[in-house]
Design a protein around this ligand. Structure first.
Ligand SMILES: [Zn+2]
Length: 580
């Protein structure tokens, strides 16, 4: 789909950027703007800023910025037309009837979403007739309300879904692209999910993008998942997040579990800040996704050895992205699902409060693995295992607290442990990577101030009347002001958005930074006037320089040109202007 400008600006003006972004990241008011941890890069202190008055966002760390469309397209990995469509749908603006573009992939996605929606409905309906499946869920104490909320369904035997979708005009290729059918060796196709309870996996807007299936009885594998599809990437999805996001944000921590039921059962009994990792191996993308909502997580994997190994791996990923990690270990043999059914949510919450910081968890693992942990050799091995984790604690006070605790547990001299850490840090220089330097080079304060003021309604007219494009000749902001004056000559609105197309990436970056920063509201008449006069002085200096160069040229070539006279007149005029 291609949309005309009118439609695009209608959608844009119907969405409030603060409200939109607030659905994805935790925003904190700061002056007139809102700040958050950037959803597009890893950071520990917020450099992501949203301006409600200008309806733009900007990350001062990684440089991404733009309006509601840029935000949604980068976050949900949508093309520009798709993000327009997405937001239009969100505010209930009907799509204009238009000719299709020849972009196949983006044409295809809406149809794939439609297929997934139909499959979802089909499974949900099938559950009401599936006695065995209902009994199974009842035995696991899954109530009707939670079935509805999580959209549990049932995939019947045979290939009934395939037939249904064919009847609706969808091709086998499209069904295969959704991961709903499989091809046998002889080329025949059949439903991928058969005789299974189905769990829809949804994106953050609640659209079904994949399924998980639990076999009834002993059929193997016990759990079957959708493959990666154009709609679904496992490493960027967390099960349950679309339902738990607001609770996670409110409580400012998430509980990470392994399985579907581990997520659903606690949710049913009121522990709602749950997400499941969709398999044991957590990915960087999943951690990043969770990081939009909180930087605190309690990892509650199964206490078996696979679960412990998975928990240990996940700690690394969380630490790299600046999370506070606790580990909850339930009594042997229990997972969150079984524990809550047996002991109730209250007991679970008690254990949650007592969950141990990850270093205690790792330390006890390490100690348990040693035959004689307090022998010199045992101590040495435990220290070697723990130090890499100690080094990852960014906060020095927290780190030194741990050093004391570990030293005490191992009956070690604290200084010795610190010495070991020093050795370690020399071995891996720069283990904490600094942020990539941003692409732009700054303009002077005066340029930036005047530039910012141009985008303030109360100053715009006055400044553009006072200023000529030559004022910025040779300066960092020259290109931006040229574009501004061009818009003005065309009598078009001057805004960050209208300038987007006219500017290259580094100019755009600078413009976004300057305008978002100025939304903080420290622009004053005085600052603007001071900046204008500084810029004029700079301009006079530039002309003086040109004059000197022209004089040198004349002396060398022994010939008088008109150019020097012209420059001298220009300088005189500027000087007068400046005094006036
Ligand atoms: Zn960023």
């Amino acid at each position: 789909m291609k949309f005309d400008d009118h439609f695009i600006s209608r959608v844009r003006s119907s969405v409030d950027i603060v409200e939109l972004i607030g659905n994805y990241v935790k925003l904190k008011k700061s002056g007139q703007n809102y700040m958050a941890l950037c959803p597009f890069h890893n950071e520990k202190t917020p450099s992501f800023s949203v301006s409600g008055s200008k309806q733009i966002f900007k990350c001062f760390g990684c440089g991404v910025g733009g309006d509601v469309f840029q935000f949604i397209s980068q976050l949900e990995r949508l093309s520009f037309p798709e993000s327009v469509e997405h937001l239009a749908e969100r505010c209930g603006i009907p799509m204009p009837a238009q000719e299709k573009t020849d972009n196949r992939e983006s044409d295809r996605r809406p149809r794939l979403f439609q297929i997934m929606k139909l499959a979802d409905e089909f499974f949900r309906e099938a559950l009401s007739d599936a006695g065995a499946a209902r009994t199974y869920l009842k035995d696991r104490e899954i109530g009707d309300e939670i079935i509805r909320q999580f959209g549990l369904g049932y995939a019947p035997a045979g290939s009934r879904l395939r037939s249904k979708l064919m009847g609706q005009g969808f091709s086998l290729d499209e069904m295969a692209a959704c991961g709903l059918i499989k091809r046998g060796e002889s080329g025949d196709t059949y439903d991928k999910f058969r005789n299974r309870i189905t769990f829809p996996i949804q994106d953050l807007s609640g659209r079904t993008i994949a399924f998980g299936g639990r076999s009834l009885g002993d059929a193997q594998p016990k759990y079957l998942n959708s493959p990666e599809t154009p709609l679904y990437s496992k490493s960027n999805s967390l099960y349950g997040l679309n339902l738990s996001q607001s609770d996670i944000r409110r409580k400012d921590f998430a509980i990470l579990v392994e399985g579907y039921f581990d997520c659903i059962v606690p949710f049913q009994s009121g522990v709602r800040n749950m997400v499941a990792s969709l398999g044991t191996s957590l990915t960087h993308g999943q951690v990043q996704l969770l990081g939009r909502y909180t930087r605190n997580v309690v990892v509650n994997f199964d206490p078996d050895s696979a679960g412990v190994a998975a928990a240990t791996r996940s700690i690394d990923l969380f630490l790299v992205q600046g999370f506070h990690v606790n580990v909850l270990q339930l009594p042997s043999g229990e997972d969150p699902d079984s524990f809550i059914l047996r002991h109730g949510a209250e007991k679970y919450n008690e254990l949650l409060v007592k969950s141990s910081p990850y270093l205690d968890f790792l330390l006890s693992l390490s100690l348990a693995a040693q035959k004689d942990p307090l022998s010199p050799k045992g101590k040495q091995q435990v220290v070697a295992e723990i130090i890499p984790y100690l080094m990852k604690i960014p906060n020095r006070i927290e780190r030194s607290e741990y050093v004391s605790r570990i030293a005490e547990k191992l009956r070690l001299n604290e200084e010795l442990l610190i010495l070991e850490m020093r050795k370690h840090s020399r071995q891996i220089p720069g283990h904490e990577k600094p942020l990539a330097p941003s692409i732009q080079t700054e303009g002077t304060i005066s340029e930036n101030t005047v530039l910012a003021a141009v985008f303030e309604e109360r100053y715009q007219e006055r400044i553009l009347l006072q200023v000529l494009p030559e004022l910025f000749e040779g300066l960092r902001t020259e290109g931006i002001f040229k574009a501004i004056f061009k818009l003005r000559n065309q009598k078009r609105e001057i805004s960050v958005l209208s300038l987007r197309e006219a500017l290259g990436p580094s100019d755009l970056d600078l413009l976004e930074r300057v305008t978002v920063e100025s939304s903080e509201g420290h622009l004053t008449e005085e600052a603007i006037d001071g900046s204008l006069s500084a810029l004029r002085r700079m301009q006079i200096n530039r002309v003086s320089q040109e004059i000197q160069e022209a004089i040198i040229r004349e002396e060398r070539e022994g010939e008088v040109s008109d150019q020097l006279d012209e420059l001298l007149r220009k300088k005189e005029a500027l000087r007068r202007q400046h005094i006036a």
